[in-house]
Design a protein around this ligand. Structure first.
Ligand SMILES: C[S@@+](CC[C@H](N)C(=O)[O-])C[C@H]1O[C@@H](n2cnc3c(N)ncnc32)[C@H](O)[C@@H]1O
Length: 335
């Protein structure tokens, strides 16, 4: 067995196969806003059932399971939030992680269909984008990106040499997390977030909430089909290439090259995976996420992405590992 590969035991196999259970329990509690209700008052199962408009039997099973997982405490018949749940699972908390947790719960439905996706090569069906369920799923997905990138974006913005950058384009910038971190690291620079119209609406609200309208703007569009503009000193493509096929990525990187000023930088951030596609495990498993959720996406190795950047016209491409499990490629447009 290769070094650092997991040693399996029968117990571990069974435990792994039951691993979905806690995630489903937490996802259900978030979907029912149970943590939000418990933030207002401690409750018995009967009171919680009324608050979430559910059944007493269902509420009791869910509350007991949450107490077993250590997210609630139970004294007599009364349930209350633990400090962790109050900090991270109550929607109004500044440290709310429910977006990321709910996004995981949503994509879990697609992961149950891996075998079908392997057979057909098509992503798992999902609710239409304009349905109520589709809109909830989209908001959770976009704000999950904020949960994932809040800390990392600041580390990455601080790790790059950004001297002279006055204009930045964040391609597929999502909720604006990277735009906020780069705007902070680059006082005086202007940042454009290019994303789909529904995502730009979320980013606009986040920009307004931070009072950054004079520094950061959104540009709604489709970066695969539409022009992305030009005149930028810095272009970021974070967690974008894994959504698309190698051919689409090569075309997008060519657009990126043309959108840069001479001497400008294009920074690609991606989930790390090696040339074998098997290490680290997070990178290999992420390819499954793209199989079940996209038409042509995958995790890509540094070597593959470098070859597209070279085909797009970049002469020098530096690779870095700015955070655990993340690959950064930094390419400069020749002067
Ligand atoms: C995985 S998220 C990454 C968000 C952000 N860059 C980050 O790293 O946290 C992908 C983003 O790309 C956007 N996106 C995907 N395809 C797009 C397209 N063809 N045109 C515009 N935006 C797109 C999505 O709306 C989403 O905001």
């Amino acid at each position: 067995m290769a070094k650092n590969q997991m040693e399996w035991t029968p117990e571990q196999l069974m435990e792994t196969m039951r691993g979905f259970q806690p995630a489903c329990v937490i996802g259900a509690a978030l979907e029912l806003n149970l943590f939000g209700k418990l933030a207002r008052a401690d409750m018995t199962a009967a009171q919680a059932a009324r608050a979430i408009k559910g059944t007493a039997r269902g509420a009791r099973a869910l509350l007991n399971a949450l107490a077993a997982l250590g997210l609630l405490t139970k004294r007599g018949e009364v349930f209350s939030l633990t400090p962790f749940a109050r900090k991270h699972l109550v929607p109004d908390s500044p440290a709310y992680l429910g977006w990321g947790a709910m996004h995981a719960a949503h994509i879990m439905k697609s992961w149950t269909q891996i075998a079908d996706c392997v057979r057909t090569g098509k992503p798992a069906p999902r609710p239409p984008a304009d349905s109520e369920a589709g809109k909830i799923r989209h908001k959770n997905f976009i704000m999950a990106m904020h949960n994932y990138a809040s800390e990392r974006s600041r580390i990455i913005a601080g790790s790059l040499n950004l001297k002279g950058v006055k204009t930045m384009l964040d391609v597929g910038g999502g909720p604006g997390t990277y735009a906020f971190a780069f705007a902070d690291a680059l006082p005086g620079a202007r940042v454009t977030i290019f994303d789909t119209p529904p995502t730009c609406a979320i980013a606009d609200a986040n920009i307004r909430q931070r009072g950054l309208q004079d520094r950061i703007r959104t540009q709604p569009g489709d970066f695969i089909k539409d022009p992305i503009g030009d005149g930028y000193d810095l272009i970021l493509m974070s967690s974008i290439l894994h959504i698309y096929s190698p051919a689409e990525n090569t075309r997008l990187l060519k657009k990126g090259f043309r959108a840069l000023n001479p001497g400008g930088l294009l920074v690609v951030l991606e989930i790390e995976v090696d040339d074998t596609g098997t290490k680290p495990p997070g990178g290999a498993l992420f390819s499954i996420n793209m199989l079940v959720n996209t038409e042509g996406g995958s995790s890509y190795s540094t070597k593959e992405m470098k070859s597209w950047l070279t085909a797009a016209g970049f002469k020098t491409v530096k690779a870095a590992r700015p955070a655990d499990g993340i690959t950064a490629l930094i390419a400069a447009r020749p002067r």
